[in-house]
Design a protein around this ligand. Structure first.
Ligand SMILES: O=C(O)CCC(=O)C(=O)O
Length: 234
């Protein structure tokens, strides 16, 4: 099965070593600078002495709007070539985020990204970049293969002791949940209706740093305009 057919059948594809270790290290170094400067949405109010590790290291929203390296990652030719192969059509960028997921941080309950991005027609696609090894201990991403064939589902209240978001999708029992363990530089591409989330980081000293990009097909006529402006990729 070719890579696009795998994506269409299962709703995700993992590309090993799409970024180099050196590229990941540069992104992490820049993320630390941005965190120090507190000039990115999400970390204006980071609190160095807070008890909750997510208040010390909040996720950073849309770093590409202020940081040239983050914009370069969103427009990275290897990433763009791969995602347009999976979509089978040209795309535009809509969002970037950096998750630190520090030791002992809560996870994010199961959801579909198109609940938020509301892409029509078709769906958004995520590139979830592992900036370091991600596994069961530090809260790797969990996905429900095949669930991208569902529509956008209702979000219901969920366990606030496990997730920093307080609503979740309840997948139909036909879907099993699979943990995606990844090495630094691997990228998980997944469909905007694929159900996914993550458990808390149980480690006492390991972060789980991730750079996440969201794209939509260029021909999308409708999407959540709160994410504007769109970014041309070529
Ligand atoms: O990285 C995580 O723990 C969750 C990220 C996620 O679900 C998302 O970006 O939609």
């Amino acid at each position: 099965m070719n890579v696009q057919n795998q994506y269409l059948a299962h709703g995700f594809v993992v590309c090993k070593s799409l970024l180099s270790v050196n590229e990941c290290d540069q992104i992490v170094e820049r993320a630390h600078e941005l965190h120090q400067q507190k000039n990115i949405a999400g970390c204006f109010n980071s609190k160095p002495d807070a008890e909750d590790p997510l208040e010390v290291y909040p996720r950073m929203m849309h770093p590409h709007r202020v940081d040239p390296l983050s914009l370069h990652v969103l427009r990275h030719p290897r990433i763009v070539d791969q995602l347009e192969t999976l979509l089978g059509e040209p795309a535009v960028g809509l969002q970037t985020m950096i998750y630190w997921k520090p030791p002992q941080a809560l996870g994010q309950a199961l959801h579909q990204d198109d609940f938020y991005l509301q892409t029509q027609p078709y769906s958004c696609i995520s590139a979830w970049i592992a900036l370091e090894k991600t596994d069961a201990e530090n809260g790797a991403l969990m996905i429900c293969p095949g669930s991208h064939l569902e529509p956008v589902l209702e979000m219901k209240a969920t366990d606030p002791t496990l997730s920093f978001t307080h609503t979740a999708v309840r997948p139909n029992p036909q879907y099993s949940t699979k943990m995606v363990e990844m090495e630094k530089g691997d990228i998980l591409f997944f469909h905007g209706r694929l159900i996914h989330g993550s458990l808390p980081n149980r480690s006492v000293n390991r972060f789980r740093k991730t750079f996440i990009c969201h794209y939509i097909p260029k021909r999308s006529t409708s999407y959540n305009k709160g994410y504007d402006p769109k970014v041309e990729l070529r």
